[in-house]
Write a protein that binds this ligand. Structure first.
Ligand code: C2E
Ligand code: CA
Ligand code: CA
Length: 391
């Protein structure tokens, strides 16, 4: 049974929400009392919560923090009389806290707006309280031995041309094939690898295995291969030579290799970045500025660095469907790329609606779970054979 609990100090709003929810097949109840609200969250285990952000004597954000501490899995819908931006900001806080939220309801809202939020999928069988997330710590010596044992492998995620829908390239993403824990994603090892100065060794292993594999199978295709560079790589004076030699060995022309550098790193030391990035371009590599939009770069510096592509950060793209603000940011970043003569790539495309939006906005390339998840070398080869001609 789906259960909706509302906390709001306006009895008329509570009545409306309860009525709409019951018509949509929910059990519903509401309160204006915080203690009662948390008691019901614990004992009644609602699947959905509607939270009024601003009430006398109550800070809606504190409520979000407490819900997160309790490990609530209910869908949290934030309402606010202060307009859409405030409600969306609070929803972002909720998501940062790992709470799930199908959307926001700026007041006044219509019953239809509430109904459509309640229709979003929710796993009824899921327990209302989940265990705390496991902490993802690995020790330095584990990474050292994994580098020695060559346990880091490249996974590949396809990139498509928004207009033609055809696959144009692959991004190599690091995975740790852990002998006990299975396949681990970068969040499990990159923070420690960065801290203990091992990230360049991992990136090099990924670059080497990805390029050799790519050269072996796709040397004569039109596909491009993208590699991620750590910010620390910016300080390696010979990196451009090393990668050029690697390309030579793999039989891959550097102009088919896109090197992705995150915005934050490229801007941390613009003078050093300028020198290294220019060297890459002189050797024919393409350069992409990754995670763009979250690092507050100076536009002057961006315009002066020799990038060929701008990757709109996935946080904006994945939120575009439900957040008007994110849509505007995506549109502005694509416009910025265009006016600087850069290719715009959107990552984090999770549904068809977003892909269509990107097409309308004139974005060049797209990447994301809607097209395909990252896959191991063997899976991506068969995916490429079977993939629809055009998305
Ligand atoms: P990134 O370069 O921004 O890579 C894209 C990340 O988004 C990947 O996470 C990918 O799995 C994920 N992703 C792809 N499509 C979607 C989608 O539709 N929705 C969502 N929510 N996420 C999507 P992954 O593989 O966990 O990599 C995380 C980060 O680790 C990468 O972010 C990159 O910064 C870093 N990284 C990965 N491989 C390497 C490497 O070989 N060297 C270095 N230095 N960094 C790497
Ligand atoms: Ca990347
Ligand atoms: Ca990125």
């Amino acid at each position: 049974m789906r259960r909706l609990l509302t906390i709001d100090d306006d009895p008329a709003i509570c009545r409306t929400i309860d009525l709409v929810a019951r018509t949509a097949g929910f059990e519903a109840c509401s309160t204006d009392d915080t203690a009662e609200f948390f008691r019901l969250v614990r004992l009644w285990r609602p699947t959905h919560l509607v939270l009024d952000l601003v009430m006398p004597g109550l800070d809606g954000l504190d409520v979000l923090y407490r819900l997160a501490e309790m490990g609530t899995t209910a869908e949290v819908i934030v309402t606010s009389g202060h307009g859409l931006r405030v409600a969306e900001a609070a929803q972002r806080v909720a998501k940062e806290l790992n709470l799930s939220s199908p959307g926001v309801l700026p007041k006044p809202f219509t019953p239809q707006q509430l109904r459509s939020l309640l229709q979003s999928p929710h796993d009824e069988a899921a327990p209302a309280i989940r265990p705390r997330r496991e902490t993802k710590k690995v020790a330095r010596h584990e990474i050292v031995s994994a580098v020695e044992e060559r346990e880091f492998v490249a996974y590949f995620q396809p990139k498509i041309d928004c207009n033609s829908g055809e696959v144009t390239g692959l991004e190599a993403l690091a995975r740790w094939q852990h002998p006990q824990k299975g396949i681990l994603t970068p969040e499990h090892f990159i923070p420690q690898a960065e801290k203990s100065n091992l990230i360049n060794q991992i990136s090099n292993q990924i670059a080497e295995s990805a390029l050799l594999w790519f050269g072996q199978h796709y040397r004569d295709s039109h596909l491009e291969i993208a590699l991620n560079l750590s910010g620390r790589a910016i300080t390696l004076p010979n990196l451009a030579d090393t990668l050029a030699e690697l390309c030579d060995r793999a039989g891959v022309a550097p102009h088919r290799v896109v090197l992705e550098v995150t915005e934050t790193y490229a801007m941390a030391d613009p003078a050093a970045a300028l020198a290294l990035l220019t060297r890459f371009r002189m050797r024919g590599f393409q350069l992409s500025i990754d995670d763009f939009g979250i690092g507050y770069s100076s536009l002057t510096q961006l315009a002066q660095l020799p990038f060929s592509e701008l990757k709109v950060d996935r946080s904006f793209v994945a939120a575009a469907r439900e957040s008007q603000e994110s849509r505007k940011i995506v549109a502005a970043l694509i416009g910025l790329a265009r006016s600087l003569g850069l290719r715009a790539t959107a990552e984090g495309v999770e549904d068809e609606w977003t892909l269509k939006l990107l097409r309308e906005l004139g974005c060049h390339s797209a990447q994301g779970y809607f097209i395909a998840q990252p896959m191991c070398a063997c899976e991506i080869s068969s995916w490429l054979k079977k993939a629809p001609k055009a998305f």
